[in-house]
Design a protein around this ligand. Structure first.
Ligand code: PMP
Length: 325
């Protein structure tokens, strides 16, 4: 990109909105503005020459994942509305990344954090949460993220004065964080050229907020959701909506133009290829996002396809099946 174009992008195109920047102080203002990189080698020979494939690297956030945005959004919103006050404990359920993000933002703003986590969460997540001093309640692995949700609800109801229950699955501040940051950043960094957006579904906050923003800028931006292709999958952090408790913030009508189910094995192959061919040490769900982005991009003769890589591979180093093959 030449210098003049770069300057134009930085100065005249919308970036994170004022509402997002208003909450910025100290560590929290380092959340967002993650790099958008073009994937050239993986696209070579598979995509038409005029089709560009881009990924937003969310592990560049200070807490190491896309969930920093939602956690900061939820906590700042609760403070503004007087729902979270000094002395209260931040409580939620999480498959790991949101918990780490609450831990980071909570510590930075002076709150204790309690988290319900399926007991089969991987070693890295457990160690990081313990390093941040989070009080973790382990739930039945067979019940997955839904078991953790039910436990968090029970604890919240036991002492509503003590706990601020974030409820990331229902909290509008989750998707709004992406409406005010992820969406504007993608619009700015593609110079408004984005034609297709692809995002994985956990709480759906990333997809809902970013798609809403992009469609508000240009209603022709085509948006695709990505979930696991079966209830028994290895795509950590993602939800198989048909068989899970559907997050109340997930309202795809009018936003999702296409829904794809990503296969675990093919996603893992792509995680390894990202590391070895693009130099990107990405997490498992990034493989699913990439699988779907390629499926979309393959159908085009021209376009700018953007996806989100939610976290980095160093959160999965203890899982040999991800890297060997
Ligand atoms: N990938 C990973 C690794 C995650 O932890 C999450 C959040 N659970 C997602 C993707 C999906 O993000 P969202 O909750 O915004 O849908």
């Amino acid at each position: 990109m030449d210098a003049a174009r770069r300057l134009d992008l930085l100065t005249s195109k919308p970036g994170p909105t004022d509402e997002w920047l208003a909450g910025c102080a100290g560590l929290i203002c380092r959340i967002g503005d993650t790099p958008l990189v073009r994937l050239k080698r993986i696209a070579e020979g598979v995509l038409a020459p005029n089709v560009e494939l881009w990924a937003k690297l969310e592990w560049f956030n200070p807490g190491g994942s896309v969930k920093d945005r939602a956690a900061a959004g939820i906590i700042l919103d609760a403070e503004r509305r007087g729902l979270l006050r000094p002395g209260m404990i931040i409580l939620d359920s999480s498959s790991g990344n949101t918990g780490i993000a609450y831990a980071m933002v909570g510590a930075a703003r002076g709150y204790k954090v309690k988290l319900c986590l399926p007991a089969n969460a991987n070693t890295e997540r457990k160690r990081i949460l313990s390093a941040y001093g989070v009080d973790v309640v382990f739930t039945d692995p067979l019940e997955g993220s839904d078991g953790a949700i039910l436990k968090a609800r029970e604890i919240a109801a036991s002492n509503p004065e003590l706990y601020f229950y974030c409820d990331q699955y229902s909290n509008e501040a989750n998707w709004k964080a992406h409406f005010h940051s992820t969406g504007p950043e993608i619009w700015r960094d593609t110079g408004g050229r984005i034609t297709h957006f692809v995002a994985t579904l956990g709480t759906s906050g990333t997809f809902m907020g970013t798609s809403r923003y992009l469609k508000a800028r240009n209603r022709d931006v085509h948006c695709t959701t990505v979930e696991p292709d079966s209830p028994f999958h290895g795509l950590e952090g993602l939800k198989h909506m048909e068989t899970a408790i559907v997050p109340p913030i997930y309202q795809p009508d009018g936003l999702a133009d296409l829904a794809l189910g990503a296969p675990t094995e093919e996603s893992l192959v792509l995680v390894r290829r990202l590391a070895r061919e693009e130099g990107l040490l990405a997490g498992i769900s990034s493989g699913a996002a990439l699988w779907a982005a390629i499926e979309v991009a393959k159908t085009l003769t021209q376009g700018v396809v953007v996806t989100i890589f939610p976290d980095g591979g160093n959160r999965y180093l203890s899982e040999p099946h991800v890297w060997e093959g």
